[in-house]
Design a protein around this ligand. Structure first.
Ligand code: PEP
Ligand code: MN
Length: 294
């Protein structure tokens, strides 16, 4: 039985392969931030951690606008080996400092299983990017690492292939997996990728994993990102992954698609309006115990 033949709405897939995904959590907490389970988790941050970025200041702004997690790459999968590849360990330390300043949990990408001990020492969630969605050996190792995993859809992957990739992660023992639709390769250079919003309900009908949407890579153009953020909320997504940079024109990576903090704030107001109309809410970080106790 293939994923494609499992069309019954909201019923778990009953194939031997799908059985593995029935073990995964429909929702889970990351440092108090709920992913899945009806609330809408917005993950935001720069494509890459850069030396000159004031990440703590950016993280506090993102949190104030309604983000519940900070995402930034320390190891970047670039199309060219001469492009900026990320800061590596200093980037992870910068993310940890931003977490301390903002309380936002941090999400960062893994490219190489040899980096897992270092990444696990700092990160709260491991991201596997589009280019590695088909790398079963990496997926299995990441699934063994003990952290939740954010798995992005391969740039030309079918939904079957995407769900099988999630099974590889689950086969390593991971039960906390969030899927991320990030657009598909296509024929029209007007947008970088073709964002497949129908993947949101289609995936939710086939498996019980949370599904979020990345409108930044999904369009490649900052001017299109706010509309697609709201559209993803309307489509029933479990959240968003949005690239935000304090000065997008200077970004070392994916400059054309990054929102600045003001644009992110106003886009989040529209997202909240859509969620409100649907009777849903943004995931918020719980108040620190010290504050709620007083
Ligand atoms: C990213 O999230 O910055 C990234 C490289 O995305 P993708 O793997 O979807 O291309
Ligand atoms: Mn990027």
């Amino acid at each position: 039985l293939s994923w494609a033949s499992a069309t019954a709405c909201n019923s778990p897939v009953n194939s031997p392969a799908g059985a593995r995904l029935q073990e995964v959590a429909p929702s889970f907490l990351v440092r108090g931030a709920r992913i899945g389970g009806g609330s809408f988790a917005v993950i935001a941050g720069p494509c890459a951690v850069e030396e000159s970025l004031d990440l703590p200041v950016l993280a506090r702004k993102l949190a104030a606008s309604g983000a519940c997690a900070l995402r930034g790459g320390a190891f970047k999968p670039r199309s060219s080996p001469s492009a900026f590849q990320g800061l590596g360990e200093p980037g992870l330390l910068a993310l940890a400092a931003a977490r301390a300043a903002s309380r936002l949990p941090i999400i960062t990408e893994v490219l190489d299983p040899r980096d897992l001990p270092l990444l696990c020492a700092h990160a709260d969630v491991l991201q596997v990017g589009s280019r590695n969605m088909h790398n079963g050996a990496l997926l299995r190792e990441v699934g063994r690492a003990g952290l939740p995993v954010l798995l992005k859809r391969g740039m030309s992957a079918t939904l079957d292939e995407f769900l099988h990739a999630a099974e590889f992660v689950a086969s390593g023992g991971c039960t906390r997996i969030v899927l991320c639709e990030r657009g598909l390769r296509h024929f029209d250079p007007a947008v970088r990728n073709l964002l497949d919003l129908s993947a949101v309900p289609a995936l939710q009908q086939r498996a019980r994993l949370p599904v979020i949407v990345d409108p930044s890579h999904g369009t490649g153009r900052a001017s299109l990102v706010p509309s697609m953020m709201a559209a993803a909320a309307a489509a029933g997504a479990d959240g968003l992954l949005v690239e935000v940079h304090p000065h997008p024109t200077t970004a070392l990576c994916d400059a054309a698609q990054a929102l600045d903090p003001a644009a992110f704030t106003s886009a989040m107001r529209a997202v909240e309006a859509v969620l409100h109309a649907l009777g849903r809410e943004l995931t918020r970080l719980p108040e620190p115990a010290a504050l709620t106790a007083s």
